[in-house]
Structure formats: structure tokens, C-alpha cells
Design a protein around this ligand. Structure first.
Ligand SMILES: Cc1cc2nc3c(=O)[nH]c(=O)nc-3n(C[C@H](O)[C@H](O)[C@H](O)COP(=O)(O)O)c2cc1C
Length: 351
């Protein structure tokens, strides 16, 4: 099986091409510190060629969800160290996804006094579940000043440093799903007229600046990027998502990143994998809706270098073995996706 072949992504030496995609599961403590369940959950999935751990905030102003982990405080670094040690002890590799949520925020989620910021003061339509007050509309965000944008870029470098201190093998920037980097990229959420908006190259600049800062901190061969051209999640709109993403990919191509993790575009008008091959040129991890057979086919077709799986990893900690031996896949329970505790999280058994 092509999926079982080893692969080099920058400095990362994967034993196979089955990647565990990042999944927010809200199992951290209220202060963003990783829990014992998280140690068990990730250790159980260490046979993946690479684990991309869930979207994690680089600073508390970027927190989107209750019980979402951070990588900003010494306590958070120490707790993540237990996760990475357990994964490494089981022979795995693990990178951390950095996720600054920008305008996807609520004061009912963040500690008192922590505001919600964005490229422009445009509130996202929609609601977020909060432990404190149930469903709440997203906050009206405040537009970041140019100096503040540069400070957020530096926070990404600090978070990358913290991730390495916590034992992660690298970091992945979350550039999809309508969070801060995508808010800068897309014309519907970025109405700025400074160096970070006003034209497609300038809208791409924030994401590229974050990647460059992360690469300066820990080396570009340990930095990845995740994109999903045309994604409209979290009220995201762009006049021309293919053009915006092509520009971003071209700018990112010069950085020497470990990989681009690309999700299929939700619209058939955009072939996200072809776009990435044309404009990025480096290693590609493909995602969205794959099973073992379609992943094999995609690798055989040369569409990318590895394939990531999210939902199959929820109920199948030993997904690599199930693929290799053709074993049936377990289903998962939607009701426990985001609930606290080990149930429906770290209690799915191997085959
Ligand atoms: C419960 C859940 C949480 C997710 N959280 C994240 C996340 O934190 N970061 C991210 O980039 N994608 C996230 N995703 C998207 C997945 O990584 C993946 O792109 C999507 O589920 C499609 O892949 P699949 O068909 O293999 O499930 C999440 C998906 C699910 C189901």
C-alpha cells in the first residue's frame, strides 16, 4: 500500500502516509491546560505517520471555544509535554496546530476583560456554544491596529517556540475555517487599507508573515500550513477564493515549509489539490472525505504525498492497522464530540 510507505516532510520523517487531521474536541481544562484524557487519546493514535494536534490558541485573545487548549503559559507547555512524551514513547510524531480565532470569539468563553479582535470591525453571523451562558452570538470585534497586527505575528513565533519547548515536532498554521489568518486573506472580512489589506497580495501578507516568523523561530522545515480554498465556514466570504489562495500559495512557496495541508474545496469550481500543486509546489497532505481506497488512488494519481483523516480517527485509534489489514472501521458517537471527560474520546478500543 502506498499509504504505508515512509515519507519525509521537511525535518519530519513519517513512517507512513496516514496523517491524523486536527480535531477540536474541547477536552482541555478551563484554563487551556491539556488533560489526562488528552494524553491517553493522542498516545492511542501514535501509529499515524503524523498527528496534527487540535487547533490551539497562541494567546488567549485568540481562543474560540470553551475547554480549547492554549500554548501560551508555562502550565500549558508542561501539560502538552506529557502528551508529546506519550506519543513519542509510542513511536509517533506530533505537530501542533496554531489557531488564532480572531472574530470567532465570545466574551463568555474568554477570561474577563479579554476582547475579540479582527482585521476589520465586521461581526461574524452565527453563534458559539459557551459553558457559561449556552449559545451566544459572536462578539463585535475591534479592528487591530497595524502595530497590533505585528504583535500578533510575534505571538505566533512565541507559540511556535513554546510548542517546541513542549516537545512538538513542529507546528501547523490554521489557515482555514474563517479564523484570523483566513479573515485577513478573504475580501469579505478584510477591509483594511494598511500593508495587510487593500489588494490580494496584501491580504495574503498576514498569513505569510506568521509563517515566516514561525519559521524564523523553529526552522521552516518544521512548519506546515493548512488551507481550504472556498471554505465559507464561520461566515467567510471572498470575491475570488481561487485567486486569493493562489497568491498566498505563491508567497508561501518561497518559505521552504515542511508541507501544505490542503482540504478539498467545497465548490466543484475550484480544484484545491491542483491549485496547490500548481502554486505551492512543495509536499502536500490531502484531506477531506477520504477512505483507504480513495486515499490509495489519490496517492497513485500523484495528487499529493500523504492523506489525512479526521472523522475516521475518532472511533479508530488504530486506523493504520485497520487500513493495513483491511479491518472494518468503527463509527463514532456525535453526542460526545465536544463533551468533557474520557467518554466518546479516549475510550474507543482498538480492533
Ligand atoms: C470534531 C471535529 C473537529 C475539528 N477540528 C478542527 C481543527 O481544530 N482544526 C482544523 O483545521 N480542522 C478541524 N476539523 C476538520 C478536520 O480536520 C477535517 O478537515 C474534516 O473533518 C474532513 O476530514 P475527514 O473527512 O477525514 O473527516 C474538525 C473536524 C471535526 C469532525
Amino acid at each position: 500500500m502506498r499509504l504505508m510507505q515512509s515519507l519525509r516532510l521537511g525535518d519530519l520523517e513519517l513512517g507512513n502516509r496516514v496523517v491524523m487531521a486536527p480535531m477540536t474536541r474541547n477536552r482541555a481544562h478551563a484554563d487551556g491546560v491539556a488533560s489526562d484524557e488528552m494524553v491517553a487519546y493522542y498516545a492511542q493514535r501514535a501509529s499515524a505517520g503524523l498527528i496534527v494536534a487540535e487547533g490551539t490558541w497562541p494567546s488567549v485573545i485568540g481562543q474560540a471555544y470553551c475547554r480549547q487548549p492554549g500554548i501560551a503559559t508555562p502550565e500549558q507547555v508542561a501539560a502538552w509535554r506529557r502528551v508529546t512524551d506519550a506519543v513519542h514513547a509510542n513511536g509517533g510524531l506530533i505537530v501542533l496546530q496554531l489557531m488564532h480565532a480572531g472574530r470567532i470569539g465570545s466574551r463568555h468563553v474568554k477570561p474577563p476583560g479579554i476582547e475579540t479582535v479582527a482585521p476589520s470591525a465586521i461581526r461574524a453571523a452565527g453563534e458559539v456554544f459557551t459553558d457559561a451562558a449556552g449559545l451566544q452570538p459572536f462578539d463585535e470585534p475591534r479592528a487591530l491596529s497595524t502595530a497590533e497586527v505585528q504583535a500578533v505575528v510575534r505571538e505566533h513565533a512565541a507559540a511556535a517556540d513554546n510548542a517546541r519547548a513542549a516537545g512538538f515536532d513542529g507546528v501547523e498554521l490554521h489557515g482555514t475555517s474563517g479564523y484570523l489568518p483566513m479573515q485577513f486573506l478573504c475580501s469579505g472580512t478584510n477591509h483594511r487599507s494598511d500593508d495587510y489589506g487593500g489588494s490580494t497580495p496584501k491580504r495574503a501578507r498576514f498569513m505569510v508573515a506568521c509563517l515566516a516568523a514561525m519559521a524564523d523561530a523553529i526552522g521552516s522545515a518544521r512548519v506546515g500550513l493548512r488551507l481550504n480554498p472556498g471554505n465559507t465556514y464561520n461566515d467567510t466570504q471572498d470575491d475570488d477564493p481561487a485567486a486569493s489562495h493562489a497568491e498566498l500559495m505563491r508567497q508561501a512557496a518561497g518559505l521552504g515549509l515542511a508541507y501544505l495541508h490542503v482540504m478539498r474545496a467545497p465548490t466543484p469550481a475550484i480544484d484545491a489539490f491542483a491549485l496547490a500543486r500548481e502554486h505551492f509546489g512543495g509536499r502536500l497532505i490531502l484531506n477531506d472525505g477520504f477512505d483507504a481506497a480513495s486515499a490509495e488512488q489519490a496517492l497513485a494519481d500523484g495528487a499529493g504525498d500523504a492523506v489525512s483523516f479526521a472523522r475516521h480517527y475518532i472511533g479508530n485509534p488504530d486506523l493504520v492497522r485497520r487500513f493495513r489489514e483491511g479491518l472494518p472501521l468503527a463509527r463514532f458517537d456525535r453526542k460526545t464530540l465536544y463533551t468533557p471527560g474520557p467518554r466518546g474520546y479516549s475510550d474507543y478500543p482498538p480492533a
